[in-house]
Design a protein around this ligand. Structure first.
Ligand SMILES: O=P(O)(O)OC[C@H]1O[C@@H](O)[C@H](O)[C@@H](O)[C@@H]1O
Length: 330
């Protein structure tokens, strides 16, 4: 390379523009912050995103009693569900696994970060930071390995930008024995009040109501949450429809209310809507606060993008990718 002694000193953007920062804290969590102030925090335990802040406001709900030491899946944030959603069915290869599988209770590896930096302080709003996490069959605990003896590699990429969070998972069958899985991003959103929450984007969608134990179709244009809710939607448009979590308490030109989050999905056609309500929260030791406290069941709503209706089958060497981009509309 020819050295140019008179090259302009400011040619490197990073020499004057602040950069995204990435810190590994206590060997158990990774924090990233953009120069514009947005931040995320991810536990290696489950690769669980436990915080995502935009404009200083937290977007994700995390129980005040969430257990973060790795002894239990995290009650809040975005736990990753793999290789089975819900209680595993009998007579299936996943049947010896716990509810929602092992990904959310295993320790993942931090694979590293990549940043894309804007070239002037003025355009710092275009910065992004991507954090990659990996979970491999040879790193699983013995119990999970013997309950599900397949060879796989998961890479989970979490990308923070000014107004959005992208969470993408790649699942690869690294062995020669085919396996089947379901997967889901169990996102707990922090909302104003579940009583006035509405979800747009699921109208006319068939769903299974796990509370009433019935099959139904979404007849209202928006989903509202009148009580304990546990539904699995199978929207006819698959992942093509954008979902919006809105709040209908104030005046808004939007018929569903003021949009707070927008969720675009990639290869994750199904959507779970879950709120345990007061009684359900009471029964969960790691759910707090309890009662009608606005920070408890009223302040959260799970809208979970996934691929859960059909098993996805991967032959040896094959891989699958899916995920979501969530926009925070503050
Ligand atoms: O208590 P867990 O295992 O985290 O599951 C919470 C909820 O997760 C939802 O995805 C399921 O649809 C519910 O049935 C379940 O209760």
């Amino acid at each position: 390379m020819v050295d140019r002694p008179h090259k302009p000193s400011a040619i490197s953007p990073s020499s004057h523009a602040p950069q995204p920062t990435v810190d590994i804290v206590d060997n158990g969590r990774v924090r990233a912050t953009l120069p514009s102030g947005e931040s995320i925090e991810i536990l290696l335990h489950g690769a669980t995103v436990i915080s995502w802040k935009s404009n200083g406001v937290e977007n994700l709900w995390l129980s005040e009693k969430a257990i973060l030491d790795g002894s239990k899946p995290v009650r809040g944030g975005i736990p990753v569900v793999f290789p089975v959603f819900g209680p595993p069915p009998a007579n299936h290869a996943t049947s010896a696994l716990p509810q929602h599988g092992f990904a959310r209770s295993s320790r993942w590896e931090f694979l590293g970060s990549s940043k894309s930096e804007s070239d002037t302080p003025k355009s710092a709003g275009d910065d992004t930071v991507k954090l990659d996490f990996g979970l491999y069959s040879n790193g699983l605990d013995e119990k999970s390995k013997s309950a599900w003896p397949y060879e796989f590699g998961l890479v989970y990429s979490v990308t923070l930008s000014k107004d959005s969070l992208r969470t993408m998972i790649t699942i690869q069958n690294t062995g020669d024995k085919a396996f089947e899985f379901t997967t889901l991003l169990h996102s707990y959103f922090k909302i104003k009040d579940v009583h006035t929450a509405r979800i747009a984007g699921l109208s006319a969608s068939p769903y299974v109501d796990k509370v009433l134990k019935t099959d139904a179709t979404q007849s209202e244009p928006f989903v509202s949450i009148p009580g304990t809710t546990d539904r699995v939607y199978y929207p006819p448009g698959g992942a093509s429809t954008i979902l919006a979590i809105c709040d209908a308490s104030g005046a808004s030109s939007n018929p569903a209310g003021t949009p707070r989050f927008e969720i675009s999905r990639d290869n994750m056609p199904d959507v779970v809507v879950w709120n345990p309500w007061k009684e359900g929260a009471e029964a969960m030791g790691d759910f707090a606060p309890k009662g009608d406290d606005p920070k408890g069941y009223r302040g959260m709503l799970c809208v979970e993008a996934g691929s859960v209706k059909e098993w996805v089958k991967l032959e040896g060497g094959e891989s699958w990718e899916g995920g979501q981009v969530v926009k925070s509309l503050l």
